[in-house]
Design a protein around this ligand. Sequence first.
Ligand code: ADP
Ligand code: ZN
Length: 346
Amino acid sequence: MDIIIKNGCIHELDKHLEHSGATKLYIITDDNVGRLYMDKLKGIIDDYTMGIYILTPGEESKSISTVLSIYDALIEQNMDRNGIILSLGGGVVGDIAGFVASTYMRGLKYIQIPTTLLAQVDSSVGGKVGIDYGGYKNMVGSFYFPELSIVDVQFLKTLPRREITCGLGEVLKYGLIWDYGLFKYTVDNMKNIYDGDMDILLEIVERSVAIKKEVVDKDRYDIGLRRILNFGHTIGHSIEACYGFTHYNHGEAVILGMIYESNIAYQMNLIDEGYFEEIYERLKGLVEPIKFDKDDIEKLIHRMKMDKKNIKDRIALVLPVSRGKVKLFMDVNEWLIAKSLEGEWI
Ligand code: ADP
Ligand code: ZN
């Protein structure tokens, strides 16, 4: 799998298509991204026979019915194994397009062009594809690696502010689990990032992708080391779910998760007060932490017990142990988790 990360690298797409020998393309995008970038993309690849599928933006599109309707469209277009599926959009578009590419005719070539910060630093590496099912996120899916990911930070210029925050959740996570320097660089350049400074965005995307690649390469099928990528996600996911996936986006929930989980690490004496305060002070400006009440805490902990990492109903958490380093703890005291969520320290 190849990945190109640059400012303006979308223009390299035709060169790569030529190389692949494909003649037919099927583009999957969403309404917003299509409106902003479809003309530009068509300008770059106008020599190819093209089909286009435009999704309604948002998580609701990540369903089996969307997938079925794309299969129908592909059959209608006589798409065969010489064709390429090309996704242009955020995580939702990428997850669906990748899932379709991995299953239609037992797999078509797939090129991914992620257009959100979250998708660029997260789903562009790791090969996870899938859809939501039965009320659960990412319930059905598989691993399928695109033959090429084109990560062009230029797309981030039009990204709404909240979507930048969403991606920053993952960037800051890479810093806290692997590279404290990246954490520092990101928090010190926060204003420039929101102002769309391309050089800084390129730097944080490159460094994040390199970290994810290193972690994933060491653990391709998600059985060991890769779990550290879950920092902030155990509590984050439960917050996301308890608010019905609408109040907080994924990255915002992860930012909250990292704050509460760092507080737990501080309570356990894994990190000193200085480091906890640093994380808290830097992150609270992005998403405001809350003091959860008793009922909420019960719901949140109940949800955490359903996490894949757990053995029986003991809660496993990835916790910081020093600057830029985390470890997986298999049985974290529930009382400490509750105490952190109560938020006396806020
Ligand atoms: P995520 O990558 O956060 O999972 P989604 O696929 O849900 O993202 O995309 C988040 C929102 O941002 C969607 O409404 C999508 O249409 C929009 N979007 C994606 N990329 C861009 C972009 N480059 N500019 C503006 N809006 C975009
Ligand atoms: Zn995440």
